[in-house]
Design a protein around this ligand. Structure first.
Ligand code: AMP
Length: 333
């Protein structure tokens, strides 16, 4: 894969760790990690399979600004990111991107890829942004310590759970594999896409997004090629585009008046989930993390509600119904 402009230095992970620690000590990053409560739960996909979700109680999220829809305003944190939070000033083929720490991280080293010039969070990811995201994930995969896994996510559109209008993709570590296996991983491992036109089609060979038909919400998955050399800007763009095409079709079929979706990416797969609304019960904000099974709560009351209601009911309410028997074709959308 040609990575000109996207290569990261071999000390990238070391720099990331050191800068994060410095910014935490100098209080440019606000995180009360000592008080964090994580609870792993299990939820069923079908009679034989289940996946994990994690409920997190993190009170420092209370300080995170909500719904900043003003572009280029003085309030835009990504227009001129704080130097103490900046990891890389110039990134991408045309140095059009930056890497910045999240000021209110969900866990250690949580960072963002942001556009230098204002670009809207309502716009789809560009091929260059997809390549940048994949390259960062791949580099982290090579440099991170044993047992640490990263993912990237993008909250797109007014009901996706995004709080900032300036385009940003986020990078975070996952709970340990021994405790948390996400539903897309269970679906892929067990090929739980039973309603495919061709039952024998394995997701590994599918060039169309696949959806599990038991989950009560619409979700589309594309597996990335196993051979990393085959992963090019083109392959990433085609995968993203067909996920988007399916998502737009579901939004339109449900007469949704906005274009909102969550996007999750690892070095193995892409997941896209169309959204109907950003909050469960008008109080619990759900973004890509929530849609991936990582539910974040900023106080005990919300934590209790999430635990009582359960992830499937929450996702059923904030996403769109499973597309079921609907047949997608090249004219869909
Ligand atoms: P989202 O909520 O998906 O739009 O992501 C925006 C992220 O930006 C949130 O997770 C915030 O914690 C983070 N954020 C807010 N203000 C700042 C800031 N001044 N510097 C860096 N990150 C910020």
């Amino acid at each position: 894969m040609s990575n000109e402009g996207y290569d990261l230095r071999d000390d990238f992970y070391e720099t990331l760790s050191k800068k994060y620690d410095d910014a935490l000590i100098s209080k440019h990053i606000l995180y009360n990690g000592e008080s964090v409560v994580n609870e792993i739960i299990q939820f069923p996909i079908d009679d034989k399979h289940s996946a994990n979700a994690q409920l997190t109680l993190l009170t420092s999220l209370m300080h995170r600004p909500e719904n900043n829809n003003k572009k280029n305003s003085e309030n835009n944190p990504f227009e001129k990111p704080e130097p103490e939070l900046t990891i890389l000033d110039d990134y991408g083929a045309n140095k059009e991107l930056k890497l910045v720490f999240n000021k209110y991280p969900v866990n250690s080293k949580h960072f963002l890829l942001v556009t230098k010039k204002y670009s809207s969070q309502n716009s789809p990811l560009l091929p260059t942004e997809l390549l940048a995201t994949y390259t960062i994930l791949e580099k982290l995969d090579k440099l991170k310590p044993e047992g640490e896994d990263w993912f990237a996510f993008y909250n797109c559109g007014p009901e996706s759970g995004a709080s900032q209008a300036h385009k940003h993709i986020q990078f975070m570590t996952l709970p340990p594999k021994q405790e948390f296996i996400s539903y897309p991983e269970i679906l892929i491992e067990n090929n739980l896409f039973e309603n495919n036109a061709n039952n024998k089609l394995h997701i590994q060979d599918a060039n169309e997004p696949l959806e599990n038909k038991n989950l009560p919400f619409s979700q589309f998955i594309m597996k990335l090629p196993k051979n990393k050399d085959e992963i090019t800007e083109d392959v990433l763009t085609k995968s993203f585009t067909s996920l988007l095409q399916h998502t737009l079709t579901v939004l339109r079929n449900n007469e949704t008046k906005h274009i909102s979706y969550n996007f999750v990416m690892t070095t193995e797969f892409m997941l896209m989930v169309p959204r109907s609304k950003s909050k469960f019960d008008d109080q619990i904000g759900i973004n890509s993390c929530g849609v991936y099974g990582l539910l974040l709560c900023k106080n005990q009351e919300l934590f209790n509600t999430v635990r009582e209601v359960g992830i499937l009911k929450i996702l059923q309410e904030v996403c769109l119904p499973n597309s079921g028997e609907f047949k997608f074709d090249e004219y869909s959308y």
